[in-house]
Design a binder for this molecule. Sequence first.
Ligand SMILES: [Zn+2]
Ligand SMILES: [Zn+2]
Length: 239
Amino acid sequence: MLKIDLHIHTVASGHAHNTILEYMNQAKKLKMKAIGISDHGPNVADAIISELYFRTLRQIPRKIGGLLIFKGIEANIINENGDIDISDGTIESLDYVMANFHKNTDYQDRGKKLNTEVILKTIKSGKVNIISHPFLTKSFNIDIKRMSEEACKNNVLLELNLYYLSKSKNNPDIIPNIKIMVDVVKQYKKKFIIGSDAHNIWELADDSSLKAIKKQIGLTDNLIINNYPQELFKLLKIS
Ligand SMILES: [Zn+2]
Ligand SMILES: [Zn+2]
């Protein structure tokens, strides 16, 4: 089980099923060190969430009964400039920002070449700390190698997303994409972040899908920043 999990969706995302309090209680049961709330940004069709939700997250205490609570977002890339669906002021109020393309947003798939240019702009913007599920090229194809290199150069973490890893049998691109990412991350002497993408408390911190393929993808514990809390917090500038 992960001790730190920064990819968590609450009921505020509209299609997840637990509250912050329920995640906190589950995290305490699992003896976790930190969780991060990362609901979807507002630019999704049928979203019930607004930017105000993210701005007010800071009112929740940083530490509750020994558990660290970080406040973030899983933002959507919304245009060809690589912009995301949240203002700079709100980004400032949050501990971290994850982002990637998502379906049912203002950005429609533009094909591999342009998608790659767009995500490179997002990475270079300095507004994003983590690329969520970067290996997912089915709906938005990108040049994985170029994206990984740019992320490493800009200290943007690449996420190994446990939810989609558990579905990797249905998507033959995932494992080859991860192998490319692992090579680049090793070359640049960087680390991955592991996130569960939990949409309910039973998915929180569950890394069984990664354990099953760890050897196959050449991933070792020293490449996982969740194992180095101080390094992670320093990188995200959170304490
Ligand atoms: Zn996502
Ligand atoms: Zn997510």
